[in-house]
Design a protein around this ligand. Structure first.
Ligand SMILES: Cc1cc2nc3c(=O)[nH]c(=O)nc-3n(C[C@H](O)[C@H](O)[C@H](O)COP(=O)(O)O)c2cc1C
Length: 248
């Protein structure tokens, strides 16, 4: 049975939670288990801004964040769910996301589909979902779409079609065709990893990503890969590379 973990950024079991409950029922029909992590029930301290997680690989703070990160790493798929607060995600989920900064440098959620969910009275839905989808890209994960509701369609039940891509990617993550934005982001992450930090270089080499154009040997979107590869090679030429041969 596949396992999905959802992060909920609302303190209430309100609109966003109820969408997750509908998604849970649909996933169960497909033999997928959904665990909802209500972030407000956990201790999540503000990022100290020291970047020790990036440079040394561990955080100086002690709270529930490592446990939640571990649950995401173990999951087959992830749902990021937040109400819109002043046009954006809630502070709680943002605080959690801030604490995952090391995943930008040493991605741990590659090949995991991420479905983004948000609810609002009327405004800020697009910006909020787009932010969450961008977080998925920063983590090196797969963008499995978005489900949003406003006061005008809150009663509309989540349909099978809205989770179809998520289910398909849970079964076959490598069928995913990365966007040009994701391919370029990969090249930026790779360039930073191979030029700035020995810890990151070792991590990228150990995962065999240093000579790849994406997090798995992706044969799709060849034209986009040619563009992102050229940008990446140019970037690394200017930055000075470390320890590895970069060829596409
Ligand atoms: C602090 C706060 C800020 C909000 N900001 C917005 C907003 O910018 N635009 C909007 O249309 N609704 C806004 N809302 C309404 C919520 O986004 C909406 O009711 C949402 O569905 C609540 O989700 P929940 O029931 O899961 O907590 C806000 C609500 C709160 C409590």
């Amino acid at each position: 049975m596949k396992k999905v973990v959802a992060l909920l950024g609302s303190k209430r079991r309100g609109n966003t939670y109820h969408l997750l409950i509908q998604i849970k029922a649909l996933l169960a029909e497909n033999d997928v288990d959904l665990e909802i992590i209500e972030l407000y029930r956990f201790e999540i301290k503000d990022c100290a801004g020291c970047t020790v997680c990036v440079s040394k690989g561990s955080c100086i703070l002690s709270d529930d964040v490592p446990q939640i990160m571990e649950q995401l790493v173990k999951a087959d798929g992830i749902i990021l769910a937040s109400p819109v607060y002043l046009q954006q995600v809630s502070g709680k989920i943002k605080t959690f996301i801030d604490r995952t900064c090391s995943w930008y440098h040493r991605p741990a959620l590659t090949k995991k589909p991420i479905l983004c969910v948000a609810t609002t009275k009327g405004s800020g839905l697009k910006a909020t979902l787009s932010y969450l989808q961008n977080v998925a890209t920063q983590w090196g994960a797969l963008n499995a779409g978005a489900i949003g509701r406003t006061i005008f369609n809150l009663e509309k039940h989540v349909g099978k079609r809205e989770i179809a891509k998520f289910l398909q990617l849970l079964d076959d993550p490598e069928s995913y065709a990365p966007t040009l934005h994701q391919l370029i982001e990969f090249e930026v992450q790779k360039s930073l990893a191979l030029t700035l930090s020995e810890l990151d270089t070792a991590y990228w080499n150990a995962h065999n990503w240093s000579n790849q154009s994406y997090f798995y040997p992706c044969k799709r979107v060849p034209f986009k890969r040619a563009i992102s590869g050229a940008i990446g090679n140019l970037m690394r030429k200017r930055m000075g590379k470390r320890n590895t041969d970069i060829s596409h």
